[in-house]
Write a protein of this length. Sequence first.
Length: 229
Amino acid sequence: MEKFNRKDVTHLQENLSRLVKKPVQLTITDNTHSMIHIRPCNSGYKMRLHHMFLEADTEVLNSLARFVKSRNRKAPSVLRGFVAANSHKIKQSPRKSRQTIVRSKGRFFDLNALFDQVNGEYFANEIDCPITWGANRRVRNQNSIKLASYSDRTKTIRVHPSLDKSYVPKYVIMGIVYHEMLHHHLGVEHRNGRKMAHTKRFRQLEKRYLHYDMLQAWKKKNLHRLLGR
C-alpha cells in the first residue's frame, strides 16, 4: 500500500464500504494476473484490487459493488470492459501467462469458508492468498492425481475439482488446503541451486494437522474414486 497514495486508497475503501453497505478491508496491488479478488471476512469483505481501480469512475464502482453482493462467478461486462481498457497499466510479466480466475464456491464445498477455518485454527488468520477450484481436465490412463497446488509466482492455491464431491469428508479438503497454505507460509528454500518446498520443517508442520493420519489413509483408500474408476 506504501507504493500508492494513501488518501486515494482510503477514499476508495470508504466508497466501497458505503456501496456494499459492509466494512471493506482494501489492499491495492500491482498484480499481473488477478485484477479483482474478493473474500468474505467477518461481517464484511477483504478485497484486493489492481491499482487501476484507484481511477475508476462511479459506474465502475457501482458495478463492482453489485458484483461483490451478487456472489456471481463471472464479472459483469462493465468490469471486464474497464480492465480491458486499462490493460496498459498491468505490468508485463516476463513469461506469457493468463489472468487468474478465482472460483471458490463449488457444488458441495466453499473453499473460502474452509480456508478461513484452517487460517483461524492453524495460522492465527495471518495467511492471505487467493484459493480457487482448478480446471476440470480429465487425463486418460492416469495413475495418480495432483489434488492441489500452490503457485509461488501468482501466490494462488488451486484445488482439484474431483474433491468437490458429496462423498469427500470435510477434513480431507481442509487437510489438503492446510498443506498448500503451509507452502505459502514457509515459502521455498534454495539449496545448491535447487528449490526445496517439502523441507524437514515443512514435514514437521504438516503433521500438526489434527486429522493428518486419517487424511493419508483416506487418500490411499479412495484414489480410484478420485481417478473416476
